[in-house]
Design a protein. Structure first.
Length: 312
């Protein structure tokens, strides 16, 4: 299995998420390779109530004693876009976890984000869902962007690959106005989009390995994987699924396995067919960069890392 170089310090992270099957696998991954300061939740794959319940339940499963702050129940414009067809009605496919014992630390994720970055240095922000909580924090306290070591988002895409629409990726499509606030805020931003996450696929052979390993976590991740495949491909388990959210965590803990380039990226908020598109300027003489865009992933190493984290 993968061995961490002896002196590698785990990065400290605040995670904003909407579990979500791949968010759940991302939390398993983050529990292994990062020091989690706290977690904020947002409506996205399923309702805020479900993403928050799932986060609390996953923390208990993983033995993570960190504060969980609930955030936005809808987008900045008051809309709710969910993806039960991909994540199941409760958000974790067929997986049911015991009712969590711990409660949320607050229902004001934006304030928690502001306070965390006001009081902590060397703290990374990782966003795995729609960017509503983070946009609210930036709108309330614009100077916070200078305190954030970096913000890594799973969202958007270079080269025009969408999943909700032909043009738009889910996390951006669910709240394009929030994404626009974030992309134009001046925060040190890394975009791990569909063009990269589609390179990191897991499927039946990985779920079989995890089932054979037979620990509570490995069996849980195996079930999550099988559910994800089954929901996305209507029961066909032969096809593999992209590890969107785990890639964003690993871009922070293991940047050596990613190739990124500085780019100017704008979020389309108005287009009839393109609302939610991340428009990446790839011209020979481009506009001033505001983002580091992920292009290549060392998929073999990243899959090893996810498996290693899941075999805890
Ligand atoms: C993103 O959307 C959600 O469905 C996943 O959890 C991931 O964050 C992929 O487009
Ligand atoms: Ca997500």
């Amino acid at each position: 299995m993968f061995r961490r170089p002896i002196n590698k310090v785990k990065p400290r992270v605040l995670i904003d998420c909407d579990p979500g099957i791949d968010d759940a696998i991302a939390l398993v991954t983050a529990a292994k390779y990062t020091e989690i300061l706290g977690i904020t939740t947002v409506a996205g794959n399923v309702s805020l109530e479900s993403t928050t319940r799932n986060t609390l339940a996953l923390c208990e499963l993983l033995g993570l004693d960190v504060p969980v702050h609930a955030g936005a129940a809808h987008s900045l414009r008051g809309q709710v876009v969910t993806a039960e067809e991909v994540h199941g009605d409760a958000g974790l496919g067929t997986l049911t976890l015991p009712t969590p014992k711990k409660n949320i630390a607050s229902d004001d994720a934006a304030t928690y984000i502001i306070e965390s970055f006001t009081h902590h240095k060397n703290l990374h922000l990782v966003a795995l869902g729609p960017l509503t909580n983070i946009a609210k924090a930036i709108e309330r306290e614009p100077n916070i962007v200078n305190q954030i070591t970096d913000l890594t988002i799973m969202g958007g895409s270079a080269r025009g690959i969408g999943n909700v629409t032909a043009a738009a990726e889910f996390n951006i499509f669910a709240d394009p106005e929030a994404a626009s606030v974030v992309f134009s805020s001046g925060v040190r931003l890394k975009m791990i989009g569909l063009n990269l996450t589609h390179q990191v696929q897991m499927g039946l052979s990985e779920s079989k390995r995890l089932t054979r390993h037979n620990s509570v976590i490995s069996r849980t991740v195996a079930e999550l994987l099988l559910s994800y495949q089954s929901l996305i491909y209507s029961g066909n388990l032969a096809k593999t699924v992209p590890m969107h959210d785990p890639c964003a965590i690993l871009a922070v803990s293991h940047p050596e396995f990613f190739t990124l380039s500085d780019r100017n990226v704008n979020v389309e908020t108005a287009g009839t067919y393109t609302r939610g598109l991340t428009l990446v300027d790839e011209r020979r003489v481009p506009a001033e960069p505001n983002c580091r865009v992920g292009y290549e992933a060392n998929s073999r190493q990243l899959i090893k890392l996810i498996l290693n984290a899941s075999m805890t």
